[in-house]
Design a protein around this ligand. Structure first.
Ligand code: 5AD
Ligand code: SF4
Length: 469
């Protein structure tokens, strides 16, 4: 048994990690043939991609997958810790699983992902959820076959969570959700320790994958016919800092662009690590999409300082405008937290002012949620629930206004769209533009996976309509 410990996670500075190649012990191949798994994923793209790897491993074990929890022999929750509602959703599902298990006691239940790394979650599972068969952490989820076996042999709840990062494991089996768009991890963990954020505790210190492993993965995706990769990390702009002295995200983007994959996206960017060369490279290569997610979190310097964000409103705005000027047609999206401890009306007004200046193309807005173990959770949370909710509503009205205004400007324009699917209800196709706008459109002889030119005829707040001639 290994239990998570936030103190260990915080002090960890593993520098001696090595890269290993994944190998499944042959004794596990098809061991569970005929069995069915229900895998539920919460949270960010990183978690979605981990689930693709979990699916890859379970497929080798012989599992097939179902969308109906009631049909499954194995239920896995790949969880998120970022805000309280993510917690509540996972515990809500565990409540349903409990009932299911009362009638079908042989079902196995496992919890993985970020919540597995939290001391209080694991303690609660051990004390109040004895029907959960295993908990496995973010650093070792690929040990799933071994954990399943251990649980079977011992018939005891297995908790296998490491607080320290483990070695990087390459070539994990993968069953991707899409045949056209793929996630590619480039860096794991985060070293920024923003005071509100639990990620450095649940995902560990910053560790970059070797450039040759990333480039090989993208080259293989090109051969398989993929049209788009999203390079993933909690902070992709720190790529390479822990590994190389002269190779950063800018150089990686150039090398990935040279694979000729038609579309490259990357997320998430921390403004602190964004440098001029990165902007130049994004502007220069047509297959690097001009769409940047640049979380600002707050427009008040006082709050940014309390958040530990390491930039000011002024330096953020300088970077923002440089991107807009240098990258043609660039769209920028953001994340904003309202109701951080101590946020005054004046602080919030500064956030609104910043939004008025940036006129974002998309924004994800959140009410601050204290996370146990983070420094901000110790601050006095003196903003009332009503004020937080009113601020969120006001902010949402404002950001929505700009989404619509920006979309209105695109009516009459032609946009290149990667066709992702068809909504049978409306007989319309859908896909995303280079600038990451959702487009619904009609047309003849359209193939999913193609990149087509759509004439935009109408705009909505979160999408655009059009047709292919
Ligand atoms: N409360 C609310 N929002 C949070 N985020 C991260 N931690 C918290 C928290 N404790 C938001 C940030 C981040 C996004 C992924 O989630 O805006 O950019
Ligand atoms: Fe992703 Fe962060 Fe949620 Fe973990 S806590 S799933 S890293 S968003």
């Amino acid at each position: 048994m290994h239990l998570p410990d936030f103190k260990v996670a915080r002090s960890s500075d593993k520098k001696d990690y090595v890269t290993k190649t994944y190998r499944l012990n042959e004794k596990y191949l098809n061991k569970y043939k005929g069995e069915t798994c229900y895998l539920r994923t919460y949270g960010c793209q990183m978690n979605e991609h981990d689930s693709e790897n979990i699916k890859g491993i379970l497929t080798l074990l012989g599992f097939t997958f179902t969308d109906k929890m009631d049909d499954a022999n194995l239920i896995i929750l790949n969880t998120c810790s970022i805000r309280e509602n993510a917690h509540n959703k996972a515990f809500g599902l565990l409540g349903r699983v409990k009932h299911l298990k009362e009638n079908k006691p042989n079902i196995k239940v496992g919890l993985c992902g970020c919540m597995a790394q939290e001391e209080i979650v694991v303690k609660t599972i051990m004390e109040k959820y004895p029907f959960v068969n295993f908990v496995i952490g973010t650093h070792n989820f690929y040990e799933l076959p071994e954990i399943l076996e251990k649980e079977e042999l011992s018939n005891n709840q297995q908790i296998e969570v490491y607080s320290r990062e483990q070695d990087l494991v390459e070539r994990l089996p993968v069953v991707r959700a899409s045949k056209y768009k793929a996630y590619v991890n480039i860096i794991y963990g985060c070293d920024k320790f923003c005071t509100y954020c639990i990620v450095p505790y649940t995902r560990g210190r910053q560790r970059s994958r070797k450039k040759e492993d990333i480039i090989k993965e993208v080259e293989d995706l090109v051969k398989e016919g993929y049209s788009e990769v999203t390079l993933l990390g909690q902070n992709v702009n720190a790529y390479g800092k822990d590994l190389y002295s002269d190779y950063s995200l800018a150089e990686l983007l150039i090398d990935v662009a040279k694979t000729d994959i038609p579309r490259i996206r990357f997320m998430t960017s921390h403004p602190w690590d964004f440098n001029d060369k990165m902007i130049e490279v994004i502007a220069k290569y047509p297959n690097i999409m001009p769409s940047i997610h640049l979380p600002v979190q707050s427009g008040s310097n006082r709050i940014l300082k309390l958040m530990g964000r390491r930039y000011t409103k002024e330096t953020y705005l300088t970077l923002f405008h440089k991107m807009k000027e240098q990258i043609p047609n660039c769209t920028i999206s953001t994340d904003i937290i309202v109701g951080f401890p101590g946020e005054t009306d004046e602080d919030f007004k500064e956030t609104l002012d910043l939004v008025k200046e940036c006129k974002y193309d998309n924004a994800f807005t959140f009410i601050y949620s204290p996370r146990v173990g983070t420094p901000a959770a110790k601050l006095k949370d003196n903003v009332s629930k009503e004020v937080k909710e009113a601020r969120l509503q006001e902010l949402n009205c404002l950001v929505n206004k700009y989404f619509k205004e920006n979309n209105d400007k695109l009516v009459g324009k032609k946009l290149k769209v990667l066709v992702e699917g068809i909504s049978t209800k409306k007989n319309e196709y859908f896909g995303y533009s280079e600038t990451n706008k959702l487009i619904n459109f009609t047309g003849d002889n359209i193939k999913i996976g193609d990149i087509v030119e759509v004439l935009i005829t109408d705009s909505k707040t979160w999408s655009l309509d059009g047709y292919v001639k």
